[in-house]
Design a protein around this ligand. Structure first.
Ligand code: 5GP
Length: 253
């Protein structure tokens, strides 16, 4: 088989040229990074879990009419996605204070916010993805006013969907990050959800115990990240038992 052309390698994923024009193969690595890659580790199985979880969330979004890049899963670690022109923003939606918002505003982690708050960060690792306002976005032309309206509406719809799905399995959606990209179906661009939706980019807390089931487990050394993500996948019914590796060969009569 001919070697595939690598388009981009990020901290958690590799993008390869897809089999048809306008498609990309998204490969989920086991690498975990935090604090702008100052902390690094290889977490066995993370890529497989995130591939399945992102498929689950993107498929659910398609079912409620939120357009996104997911086409189909190819194998344990890869999915076929639509290629997009990425908008250089991290779109963060928060339902409860945590992380950088708690630090910035002196709010105790877990404080319920009066309503979902949407924040924007400029996607630039060398700058540490700084928080920006809509003024910066308009002035530097990162997205048009119409696109900003669409981004807000998409972000809040994703929040409603994810909050509901999580609540149903006893998990509180504290916050999450999405990215969007432009696709050209004809003359005009439209925005779709891109990148991934997984516990790498969400804060997920068990409603009963407050146990963290997301990347903060790695960031803050709170235990096994694989166990946390597996628990999320198990509750959502995402990892069928048959996909767990069989340790011994079994005799078939
Ligand atoms: P915070 O700004 O509190 O660090 O993050 C807010 C939310 O956005 C968290 O759920 C966090 O996981 C997610 N997030 C923020 N920046 C990034 C990033 O660069 N990569 C990923 N995967 N998630 C991010």
């Amino acid at each position: 088989m001919a070697r595939r052309k690598k388009i981009y390698e990020g901290k958690a994923k590799i993008l390869y040229e897809g089999p048809e024009p306008g498609t990309i193969v998204q490969y989920f690595k086991d690498d975990a990074t935090a604090f702008n890659a100052e902390k690094k580790a290889v977490i066995e199985g993370k890529g497989v879990l995130n591939n399945r979880l992102s498929e689950f969330f993107m498929t659910g979004l398609s079912q409620i009419g939120v357009p996104n890049h997911f086409v189909r899963r190819l194998n344990m670690r890869e999915q076929l996605v639509r290629s997009v022109e990425i908008v250089p923003l991290e779109i963060i939606v928060r339902n409860y204070a945590a992380g950088t918002m708690s630090q910035r505003l002196g709010l105790e982690e877990g404080t319920q916010l009066p309503r979902p708050i949407v924040e924007y960060c400029y996607k630039d690792d060398s700058l540490g993805d700084p928080l920006v306002t809509e003024e910066h976005i308009a002035a530097f032309g990162w997205a048009s006013q119409q696109e900003m309206d669409d981004i807000l509406s998409i972000a809040l719809r994703v929040n409603d969907f994810l909050s509901g799905v999580m609540l149903a399995v006893g998990i509180r959606l504290v916050d999450f990050k999405i990215e969007v990209g432009r696709v050209f179906d004809g003359e005009f661009p439209r925005l779709i959800v891109a990148d991934e939706i997984s516990p790498d980019s969400c804060r997920l807390w068990d409603i009963e115990t407050g146990q963290k089931l997301d990347k903060d487990v790695f960031r803050r050394d709170l235990g096994s990240l694989t166990d946390a993500y597996t628990e999320v996948a198990r509750r959502l019914g995402v990892m069928p038992k048959s996909s767990t590796p069989v340790s011994k060969p079994t005799l078939i009569n």
